[in-house]
Design a binder for this molecule. Structure first.
Ligand SMILES: C[S@@+](CC[C@H](N)C(=O)[O-])C[C@H]1O[C@@H](n2cnc3c(N)ncnc32)[C@H](O)[C@@H]1O
Length: 199
């Protein structure tokens, strides 16, 4: 976004991060509204989440999510060593498995966060979602959390079976287009106990 000079697109206060009139009863949106958001499901070491944060730039945000708390802690340390400041500035947010007490108008309940199969609705919707583990079925929550025009990259298939890396685009009418990009071998997107029962 810094490569496109907003002064060529609106006459008044082009460098303020606020909407500005462009006449005809309409506005150009605030730049931060266009900044990209990316979700990295199964963030492991944090490497790809850090890459995504660099790609979305200082106005964007990358969220990494993993269900192994030790990995989340390790990924935070890795990122702080390599890209100091990206977590503190809010450009990267790392989410681990946890229960939060949710109060809505008619119910109180504990809900689980950190299971990547559920995505991370608190920060949705996303321009890009990457899943770093193979899903036996397409997690519908991830589709719901994708923006129109957004793209989901996900390995699909059973553990040890035929797996394909799929590229899934959300179209303007809300439907999806699926394309198999290549054959792959990934560890499964599963529940924490199946992956690591504390061995
Ligand atoms: C192949 S590793 C991904 C490596 C990662 N891209 C990196 O840069 O290090 C797969 C990751 O998916 C995580 N994972 C598997 N199932 C998950 C689930 N249901 N929710 C969250 N993370 C999950 C694993 O703990 C593991 O860290």
């Amino acid at each position: 976004m810094t490569l496109v000079d907003r002064a060529n697109y609106c006459k008044h206060n082009p460098y303020q991060d606020r909407p500005q009139s462009i006449g005809f009863a309409v506005t150009i949106s605030a730049p931060h509204m266009h900044a990209a958001k990316a979700l990295d499901v199964g963030s492991g070491s944090g490497y790809l989440t850090a890459c995504m944060a660099v790609m979305v730039g200082p106005k964007g945000k990358a969220i990494g999510i993993d269900h192994i708390p030790e990995l989340v802690q390790m990924s935070i340390e890795n990122i702080e060593r390599d890209q100091p400041g990206l977590i503190k500035s809010g450009n990267i947010k790392m989410i681990g498995l946890n229960s939060i007490y949710l109060i809505t108008s008619n119910s109180h309940s504990f809900v689980e966060v950190g299971d990547g199969r559920l995505g991370y609705p608190e920060e949705a919707k996303y321009d890009a979602i990457h899943v770093g583990a193979a899903a036996p079925t397409l997690p519908q929550q991830l589709i719901e959390q994708l923006k129109v025009g957004g793209r989901l990259i996900i390995p699909m298939g059973k553990e040890g079976g035929n797996q394909a890396l799929e590229m899934i685009d959300k179209l303007a009418d809300g439907t999806i287009k699926r394309e198999s990009v290549m054959s792959v071998v990934y560890v499964p997107l599963t529940d924490k106990e199946s992956q690591w029962p504390g061995r």
